[in-house]
Design a protein around this ligand. Structure first.
Ligand code: FAD
Length: 637
């Protein structure tokens, strides 16, 4: 029998990004012994890369902003497919969460009169993003970590042990969730199984609650802004445990990733560049975004350069520039310009801030961008344009959760942050992720505390499940001499190519059917993934285990994308280019049956009436069916 290190906690939070840390702060504050497990170093979670800011309607720069405007913008950005209750909670609670960060020690950029400064971003009607230059994620993580440390100091004062009630297990990867057999076999969470990345030793956490905060899935795509951690682990762990995933067809391609040199292709160029005045031009020097304002947004976006430029100084009397349309619109426009031969030398377009702002302002407001381009591409953005193109950035789809508590279908399993689905509908607005992490991280922690309080007895772990988890984890070492052995790096690169080429920014039915065939083949071959050596720091082995998750989640994306025969947000069908109001009423729900993916339609819950009245009837006409509109009118809208 393999040796396994064991720990017992009230709650295991998987992930130490913004969502995981905020959840852990909540569970610990509510008296629960909490383990935070993360596969990278503490402080290196993906959240640290966030640049532009946190969206919250504090109204510091434009006092007209309030939660209702933020709610409306979020629903518009998601093309009304959002879980409206989540969007409501998010818009209402985001300001409190940002102010709370200040009480933890965050230092945001200020307005001249000393309030937290807020910047413009795509799809947000007013300047709304609290920020720290273009390094907001770093400040968010630093502050949350500082709060964890201060809680540990309190525990030391009380128990003589810093880690008495909250402990971080860094560089530790969870590979399986464990359940008991209560509820006629449905089962409740009983713990999590994983390994230490450095030593390869196995580790078992016994706990009645697991909060998933594992982030996204971007590493399944070839060109991505995401880091190595984004392998869809939480999505796959949830599926295998019996939870459902929603909205998996919606993947956000950020319009501006670096395109050159090849080694840095996909690295993000923050939307703040456009928020602060940067404009997009094609190879003919034309500001092409004026050609791509969709009908649903015509009233809010300037159709000429003069008005667009005036907006920066006088937003109340001018419409905003089309460079600040939601990301899905801008990404599609860039894609089209390149396809029609008006792209840059390296297959992107030009993002120009150099002719729009003085050099010292650029280096002050966009210091990371300045260094990123100088060091990685030898481009001085205060003097030259950047070459940019779409890059896979964010997954709107994720674990289906109960909005108020973040509980999944599986008793004891909660999810928050990018791994959870619903909040952003078909497309996320920039800045709405960092606020989502804080709002729903806290709610997941509170939901978990409520669940634990209601438990009569703790679920038991079945030793045979632990043995099976250990066997599965060791499987890649068994096949290394076989003639059908597969190399994890080769297989990963094939997967990324399939997802990029066939389930990427523009999709076609025929190509996705092809993708599903290829994914089926890759999954069969993945049974023979083989690695050499032993479990001590072995990146090939880590990737082999991650691939099991990436393949499962990629299949969810492809299956759901094939079924949704319309274009909406982060899902563009070349063969079904229009948005279809019938589809707005439906969610596609993925579930795993013995590692086979089933996707079924589920009706979207109609929006509560008081929220519906926040929109004008003319706007609802763009999204709602005739039947729904008739009903709205009957109710006296
Ligand atoms: P993460 O911060 O990614 O944390 C995931 C955690 O889970 C990590 O600790 C990881 O180690 C751990 N983990 C994963 N799998 C396992 C496993 N199997 N076992 C153990 N641990 C595991 N959003 C905004 O709102 N504003 C911005 O300005 C912004 N800028 C961005 C810039 C860039 C370059 C990128 C890529 C994204 C940006 N986003 C922004 C999006 C935002 O940063 C992310 O959506 C958000 O940080 C996700 O946070 P999270 O807490 O859900 O996950």
């Amino acid at each position: 029998m393999v040796e396994i290190e064991r720990h017992e906690y009230d709650v295991v939070v998987i992930g130490a990004g913004g969502a995981g840390l905020r959840a852990a702060i909540e569970t610990r504050s509510q008296g629960l012994r909490t383990a935070v497990v993360c596969k990278s170093l503490f402080g290196k979670a993906h959240t640290v890369m966030a640049e532009g800011g946190i969206a919250a309607s504090m109204g510091n720069v434009n006092s007209r902003d309030d939660w209702q405007v933020h709610f409306r913008d979020t629903m518009r950005g998601g093309k009304f497919l959002n879980n409206w209750r989540m969007a409501e909670l998010h818009a209402k609670e985001a300001p409190q969460r940002v102010w709370e960060l200040e009480t933890y020690g965050a230092l945001f950029d200020r307005t001249p009169d000393g309030r937290i400064s807020q910047r413009n971003f795509g799809g947000h009607e007013y300047p709304r993003l609290a920020h720290v230059g273009d390094r907001t994620g770093l400040e968010l993580i630093r502050t949350l970590q500082q709060k964890v440390v201060s809680l540990q100091q309190e525990d030391h004062a009380e128990y003589g042990d810093y880690e008495a009630r909250i402990k971080v297990f860094q560089e530790c990867t969870v590979t399986e969730l464990l359940k008991d057999s209560a509820g006629g076999g449905v089962g409740r969470i009983s713990g999590a199984f994983g390994y230490w990345r450095e030593s390869g030793r196995f580790v078992l956490f016994q706990a009645p609650v697991v909060i998933l905060a594992t982030g996204g899935i971007g590493k399944s795509f070839k060109v991505t802004s995401n880091s190595w951690e984004y392998t869809g682990d939480g999505h796959a762990l949830a599926l295998r445990a019996g939870a459902s995933l929603i909205n998996m067809e919606f993947v956000q391609f950020h319009p501006t990733g670096m395109v050159w040199p090849p080694s840095v292709k996909g690295i993000l160029v923050t939307e703040s560049v456009r928020g602060d005045g940067g404009v997009l031009r094609n190879s003919e020097g034309r500001r092409f975004m004026f050609d791509y304002i969709p009908e649903v947004f015509k009233d809010n976006y300037a159709d000429n350069e003069d008005e667009a430029d005036r907006w920066y100084d006088d937003p109340d009397n001018n419409r905003r520039p089309p460079e600040l349309l939601p990301r899905d619109e801008v990404a599609r426009a860039i894609n089209n310009e390149v396809k029609e031969g008006r792209g840059s030398q390296h297959g992107g377009v030009f993002l120009d801030v150099a002719t729009r702002l003085p050099a010292e302002k650029i280096t002050q407001r966009l210091p990371s961008m300045y260094h990123q381009f100088k060091e990685l591409a030898d481009v001085d953005i205060t003097a030259e344009s950047m070459e940019v193109g779409p890059t896979c950035h964010y997954v709107m789809g994720g674990v289906e959760v109960e909005p108020d508590t973040a509980a999944s279908r599986v008793p004891g399993l909660f999810a928050a942050g990018e791994v959870a689905g619903g909040m952003h509908g078909s497309n996320r607005l920039g800045g709405n992720s960092l606020s989502d992490l804080l709002v729903f991280g806290r709610r997941a922690g509170a939901g978990a505390a409520g669940y634990v309080a209601g438990l009569a007895a703790r679920p038991e772990i079945d030793q045979s499940d632990v043995d099976a988890a250990a066997r599965r984890a060791q499987h890649p070492f068994e096949d290394s001499a076989s003639t059908v052995a597969e190399n994890p790096y080769g297989l990963h690169s094939e997967l990324q190519q399939v997802m990029n080429d066939l389930v990427g920014i523009i999709r076609k039915g025929e190509e996705m059917r092809d993708a599903l065939e290829k994914l089926r083949d890759l999954r069969v071959r993945a049974e023979h993934l083989a690695v050499e050596g032993n479990r001590q720091f072995n990146p090939g082995w880590h990737l082999a285990l991650d691939l099991r998750n990436m393949l499962l989640v990629s299949e969810c994306v492809a299956r759901a994308a094939l079924l949704r025969t319309e274009s909406r947000g982060g899902h563009t069908r070349d063969d079904h280019p229009a948005m279809d109001s019938q589809w707005r009423r439906k969610l596609l729900v993925c579930a795993a049956v013995a590692e086979r993916i089933d996707v079924v339609e589920q009706p979207q819950e109609p929006m509560r009436e008081d929220l519906l009245t926040l929109f004008k009837l003319e706007e609802l006409r763009k999204y709602y069916t005739e039947d729904e509109l008739a009903e709205v009118q009957v109710k006296g809208h």
